[in-house]
Write a protein that binds this ligand. Structure first.
Ligand code: ZN
Length: 475
């Protein structure tokens, strides 16, 4: 009411307004007249008087004064509002307060991460800034990884800056990453969990669901991270449980453009959708890591024994694989565009952890994954769990795929993890029309490290992944 009246003060519509309010009041008075006699006219007068007095105040007092005395008066001042909107944020801008991330107890229901403000159309500056800030972080983190060696007093940690926020030592928080590929304001933010330990140490990054249908990794990241006590941690752990959020929501391995995100790292700021997402994640998160474990599952109805995929020709990566307890390590030099390949090229020790099957939550696979991450953190002096080691050394494998030679329905005779010998029947492909049974035999002595679940297959389908033990894999 107040706003309208003031707004229309100098225009003829104001009169109409007043007339309208009079007639409506009059109408009300008429209807009331039917029941009572004297009261309504008083009401009408009172109402008019009130309206007039308000009008008088607005007209008689300078707007600046009313603004100062009453915050409510802000709204009607139409020409002023545009000024004040511009004027208000101006003084706060130059200050640029430190963006300290809230200390959120990850074990409790935490608030949604604060989304990053939508940047200007060109994403370059933000990414460049992230890269810049990453460089010093990495160097300090590597220097700080001394407590592994020195058994004495732990060195206090420093503030960990990631995604434009400062995470104080001994705190945990939830941050937000967005590749900014959507309509402004519709951007989905991807939660990033960060635990900055009270003591200095290396930075470990965990990524899950780069393929949106691979669920075990999401749960592995959750359990590993929520089990950390910032007061006892040495170093930082950064977890992105669901990297491919759109794929996850649709139960799809791929990005909305049907591309496989894990073929586009480290990405490009001016390339395809996948290039841009990869570039953004790589620069704003991955470059902060000293170590990376990218968690996956088998694809296309195939399941994997919990295993690492690592380039054993890289000495640093080979050494890194020793930290994972009871894990089979399968040599794979990795293809161009894979996150682990790009990370290794950027000087980050990285492996892929495979566990189970897509679109499923598998308890024993998840436990194996969490166990191996705990052993890794213990090995690098990040946590102390009195960890009971299984095999002192992991078992290394070279691997080969055995394919179905006929179309039909695949029935397996072996299970994941079984040891098999050359010539042994692994399963059958049964032709439902001719009733022919075609056996699939192993062509090596080894272990079933991956296999297709029973399903309809066509000739050429990769059905069994056999790991052959190797002293020095990959050579
Ligand atoms: Zn995957």
């Amino acid at each position: 009411m107040l706003f309208q009246r003031h707004h229309n003060r100098t225009t003829p519509t104001w009169l109409a307004c007043l007339v309208l309010s009079m007639t409506s009041a009059g109408a009300a008075a008429d209807s009331q007249n039917a029941e009572a006699d004297s009261e309504p006219p008083v009401n009408l007068v009172a109402q008019l008087a009130e309206d007039e007095s308000v009008e008088d105040v607005v007209q008689s007092e300078p707007l600046h004064n009313t603004k100062k005395t009453s915050p409510k008066a802000k709204a009607p001042a139409e020409p002023e509002t545009t000024k004040s909107v511009e004027a208000e944020p101006a003084p706060t801008k130059p200050q640029q307060p430190r963006k300290i991330a809230p200390n959120v107890d990850l074990k409790e229901v935490a608030p949604m991460p604060e989304p990053e403000p939508e940047p200007a159309p060109d994403t370059e500056p933000a990414d460049a800034a992230a890269t810049d800030s990453a460089a010093p972080d990495e160097s300090t983190a590597t220097e700080e990884s001394q407590p592994e060696v020195t058994e004495s007093e732990p060195i206090p940690s420093e503030t960990f800056t990631i995604l434009g926020k400062e995470v104080l030592p001994g705190t945990s928080t939830r941050l937000a990453w967005s590749p900014n590929i959507q309509i402004a304001g519709l951007s989905q933010i991807t939660p990033v969990l960060v635990v900055n330990g009270a003591h200095a140490g290396p930075t470990l990054c965990l990524t899950g669901a780069i393929h949106g249908d691979e669920l075990n990794g999401i749960e592995i990241v959750r359990r590993a991270m929520y089990d950390l006590d910032p007061a006892k941690l040495s170093g930082q752990v950064v977890g992105v449980p669901i990297v491919n959020l759109t794929g996850f929501q649709q139960g799809s391995r791929y990005l909305p453009d049907r591309r496989d995100l894990n073929r586009y790292f480290p990405g490009r700021p001016d390339g395809t959708l996948a290039d841009r997402i990869a570039h953004s994640l790589f620069n704003s998160v991955i470059r902060h890591c000293d170590m990376l474990v990218d968690i996956h599952t088998g694809s296309l109805k195939r399941t994997n024994l919990p295993q690492l995929r690592a380039d054993m020709n890289n000495p640093e990566v080979a050494e890194f694989t020793k930290g994972f307890d009871r894990m089979a390590v399968v040599h794979s030099s990795g293809s161009e565009g894979m996150l682990r390949t790009a990370a290794v090229n950027a000087g980050i020790r990285a492996v892929t952890l495979e566990a189970g099957e897509s679109l499923r939550i598998q308890e024993h696979q998840i436990k194996a994954g969490v166990n191996s991450l705990n052993s890794l953190m213990e090995k690098h002096g990040m946590i102390s769990r009195m960890f009971v080691w299984g095999d002192p050394q992991p078992v290394y494998y070279d691997s080969l795929w055995i394919r179905a030679q006929h179309g039909g329905i695949l029935f397996s005779e072996v299970a994941l993890g079984d040891r098999v010998s050359e010539g042994e029947i692994l399963g059958y492909v049964s032709d439902p029309i001719t009733n022919e049974q075609y056996p699939i035999r192993s062509n090596a002595n080894g272990r079933v490290i991956g296999m297709a679940v029973d399903q309809v297959v066509m000739a050429g389908f990769a059905a069994y992944h056999i790991g052959t033990e190797a002293e020095v894999p990959g050579e």
